[in-house]
Design a protein around this ligand. Sequence first.
Ligand SMILES: [Mg+2]
Length: 356
Amino acid sequence: MDGQQSAPPPEATQIEASGSTTELTATGEPERWIDLQFTWAGKPFTLSIAETDRIFDFKAALHKLTKVPPERQKILGLTKTNKLPPDQERIADLRLATGKKFTLIGTPEGDELKELENLPDVVNDLDRDFTEDPAASAAYRNDQRNIRKVKEATAALKPNLIHPLRSGKKLLVLDIDYTILDTKPLTSGSLPPAECARPRLHEFLEAVYPHYDSTSQTSWMWLETKLVELGMIGSLKNYQVLLDKTPMFTVFTERDGKPWTHSVKALQIIWNHFPQFNATNTIHVDDLSRNFALNPKEGLKISAFKGAHTPEAMADRELDKLARYMNHIASVPDFRTLSHKDWKSVVRSLPRPDSE
Ligand SMILES: [Mg+2]
């Protein structure tokens, strides 16, 4: 994006600099793309896939072309066994010749809205703190495929500006699911939406508004059907930008010697669209540390909000603490000098506010 050229800060250039060589692999060779041909339901298709892509990306591309979801895809003629390697394997390892033909068999899904089933944070099984492991984070950032994903997602993202961005504000990237609401009873309909919001949500958004422009990632469908019912229409006045899920993508690594796949939220995609924001003035609040994998220093992990309506959940005051922390640091000129890891001890060290 154009914005990247306008005096990016040192940390933002890290990805940008690598991004400018996206077409070259680490060895300086051009990234190789393979053109494949396949038939499905009697119709011919063509598909281009990069060698740095993973099997996961191949299945996703087939899904996009045919609406056959990965779990229903049967692929004949591409490999000797007619089986694909695990999702994390690289396309290069298949050693495919360009022009290779195969057959896809599988029933497409209907046009039913999958959005709610695909909420990424529903399974909070394994989290990982990347501030403890900068090498793992750097490996993600320098992965050829991930660099390209950032570029692709930047091009695909169409941010919805609700209110104009204000000059001189910091940026709050605020997770929704299990950060500002309990997604489970909301999705299942077991609780009225207004009772799924984290306590003090509106007060939090009001409190940080003087210093922060806010953005969350959600679909318009989700917003219209749920957030409006949550009573967040009032809170939308404190939002500047809503993003769809484009800035999230899936990454592949290993954990304890086994393949490990998870989603990340790449702040660079947001920064590419809004170049006044960068690592010096952005904070990303989320209940999952692994979402910070590409930008561990900007992440602030908040406890997950679950069990809405129980006495414990009603007593949750994390958002009050968060507002105090964020306003405490708001005058710091460069957020890169901070670590948000011990944000709660910082809050404990602050004088108690008069009105609480
Ligand atoms: Mg979440």
